[in-house]
Design a protein around this ligand. Structure first.
Ligand SMILES: NC(=O)c1ccc[n+]([C@@H]2O[C@H](COP(=O)([O-])OP(=O)(O)OC[C@H]3O[C@@H](n4cnc5c(N)ncnc54)[C@H](OP(=O)(O)O)[C@@H]3O)[C@@H](O)[C@H]2O)c1
Length: 315
């Protein structure tokens, strides 16, 4: 496992991070249960993963609790990343709202510390931009809880360049967590260069396009979790069919060199010089074992060109 510095912070994160959305379970995901999730977390740690990303909204607190309980014995060796700015009135997808106000963040950070059973959060990220709250209010609150020692490093997620620019007027952002995979390369247009110029680390989320890039799905696949709700183009309609076709071509290249489709997608993403770490969601320890095998080998220039052609940026 390799480790890279996150932006110009002092956090050294593993190039593969553990994404703890799935272990939260319902209503987003169905998973194999907590026993499997705990084994997946421990296996990841054993394999050298030191970076664990969660959020209050994942399983409405369950993901943070499970992570905190499982990693408690190794607390000083692992990096916890959690988030703020998404609240819920009741435990339902439609009840989630954006709120990055001072009042909300002050409440949320204490709840996350409690659920994670820790005194500090290594990386605290605003989950989604809240356009009803000024970036000044959000950043000033984050700086306040940083001075109190509750959080160490400040990051954002799903922010545009303009939103980052505005927030940077009030304090330093050390990382951005965007949706980034072979099937979604939109950050390459202007976000990557802004992050590089401002020493903001990039934490790629959904690097397997939430499972699609594993190559195990077909045009006829049906999803019982959020992926079946038609929320994003990646899993619905003509775009889904187009994606399945592209993934099939990646799978064929992988087969020619003895790699799984998922390993090809992970290898590609961690090889991008602008990516600090990629957050993988896994349902069990076997999936992480397979995913780790995506490291320590290189695609040839010809394979990279072929892959870039299949997953062209502007398509
Ligand atoms: N900041 C944000 O707004 C945001 C949004 C999304 C995600 N994230 C972060 O990114 C993390 C990862 O995102 P993600 O869960 O969407 O995506 P992902 O890593 O792209 O895909 C994960 C899914 O792929 C399948 N999978 C993984 N490894 C596999 C293997 N070896 N063999 C077969 N299937 C495998 C599993 O689902 P199935 O087995 O069910 O197919 C798994 O749940 C999240 O946990 C979270 O930390 C952040």
């Amino acid at each position: 496992m390799n480790y890279r510095t996150l932006g110009d912070s002092d956090l050294k994160v593993s190039v593969i991070g553990f994404g703890a959305w799935g272990i939260g379970g319902s209503p987003f995901w169905s998973n194999e249960g907590d026993t499997s999730s705990v084994r997946a977390i421990l296996k990841s740690y054993e394999l050298g993963v030191n970076f664990f990303d969660t959020a209050p909204v994942y399983g409405f607190g369950h993901s943070e609790e499970l992570l905190g309980k499982t990693l408690k014995p190794f607390r000083d060796k692992v990096i916890y990343a959690t988030k703020c700015g998404l609240r819920w009135e009741k435990k339902s997808l439609s009840a989630i709202t954006k709120n990055a106000t001072k009042q909300s963040i002050l409440e949320e950070v204490d709840q996350s510390l409690k659920r994670l059973d820790t005194d500090y959060i290594d990386l605290y990220q605003v989950h989604w931009p809240d356009v009803k709250t000024t970036q000044a209010e959000t950043m000033e609150t984050l700086l306040k809880i940083q001075r109190q020692g509750k959080i160490k490093v400040i990051g954002v997620s799903n922010y545009s360049v303009d939103q980052m620019k505005e927030m940077m007027k009030f304090g330093k952002i050390f990382s951005l967590q965007p949706d980034y995979s072979l099937l979604n390369r939109s950050i390459e247009k202007n976000i990557v260069s802004y992050c590089q110029n401002n020493k903001i680390g990039i934490i790629a989320y959904s690097p397997l396009a939430s499972g699609l890039l594993t190559g195990k799905y077909s045009k006829n696949s049906k999803f019982k979790d959020w992926r079946g709700k038609g929320i994003i183009g990646c899993f619905s309609g003509a775009q889904f069919e187009k994606n399945i076709e592209k993934v099939g071509r990646l799978k064929t290249i992988g087969e020619s060199i003895g790699k799984t489709c998922g390993q090809m997608a992970i290898n590609w993403i961690v090889s991008q010089p602008h990516v600090t770490t990629a957050l993988l969601g896994v349902k069990n320890e076997k999936q992480m074992e397979e995913n780790i095998e995506a490291l320590d080998w290189e695609l040839t220039t010809k394979q990279q060109e072929e892959i870039n052609h299949i997953f062209a940026v502007d398509e």
